[in-house]
Design a protein around this ligand. Sequence first.
Ligand code: ZN
Ligand code: ZN
Length: 398
Amino acid sequence: MTNTGYYNILNLNPNSTPGEIKKSYLKLSRQYHPDKNNTKEAEEKFKEISKVYQVLSDPEKRKLYDKFGEDFEKINSMQQQDPFGGMFGNFGFNFGGGNQVRKSSPISINLIVTLKDLYEGVSKKFKFQRKIPCKICEGSGLDVGKTHNICNSCKGSGKTVIINRNGNMIQQNISICFTCKGAGKSINKADLCKHCIGNRISIESIEKEIDIPKGIEIGNTIRMENVGNLEPDTDIPGDLDINMIIETPHPFLERKGKDILFSAKVNLYDALNEYEISFEHLNGKKYLLEGNGRDNVLKPGNYVLKNLGFPIMKSNKFGNLIIQVEILFPDKIDLSTNQQKKLRNMFKYDQLDKKDYLSDDFTKIPFPLLKESDNNEELYENEEECVNERNQGQCVHQ
Ligand SMILES: [Zn+2]
Ligand SMILES: [Zn+2]
């Protein structure tokens, strides 16, 4: 007599196919899932159907359940395991534990955003392509009205057993059937679906919308669950991973973690007299920083505006805005003796005592030299050119 209790729980009977068992389980698990139904009874029911499915979806366990009922596990542990148990004659046997819901592979896409999007947080629509079961054959790969052949090599099990004899030792290796690649079935070429040519998939273009949280870092991925591929032989769609990329940099603002960098160039004259630095922030406001040389000469360096940086995720806080000030010097300045004197007075510098530098002990080099950042190649001349070097003492020869 076959035990029927587990089948009743899934609204099935002992003759149900593995496909029917899975279908019923998925339907009921959706219905009683704690996310949808948070009553105590639903929770118990959900646990029950999960437990039952673990047994009925595994051909070996199912066979034991049919024979011994709910206590099969106790009985089974006392018996010697049959290495071929349930392996033959079970069409559609699953590899890797048939009791798991199989999820399709994930998709990863790049979404182009702006710095402002990341600052404000934004809802963005986007399109992507995913694999779904072929719309014509519903993923079977078969032309209308045609059927599968059971694989001749493995008789439908999807597995082959190779027996190696090594003297007295007999070793059995089980591997995936080479002919059907584990499917247990095959299709004649003439019977292939004309739409997917037996690949069983269609490519679908779909649109989704995503909320980008403000302050998210580039390099962080947002995962949308179960909206990706739905491939053949899987039960639920894979996930979609969204990477954000900034294709066009902001014209003058740059992000550095939770801070924003703004680089300002001020010419020397303004830095000494009156200076203004203005910009439009990502928050939409316009800022004007102003000052004058009488109070403060503007010097190069980084100046911090607190709390005007990037929003910090999962908090109400902000980073800082850092103004990187560069002072632009003129290349030449032609001062008259009178102007020099005035300037010296203005800066309150004493006249340099040049006496020490007038002796002949010094090798004089015109200044300025090449800047290290200007042209690195010119700074490192090769050996031959070095021989012709006019400046003595600059080259070392071996
Ligand atoms: Zn098809
Ligand atoms: Zn096969």
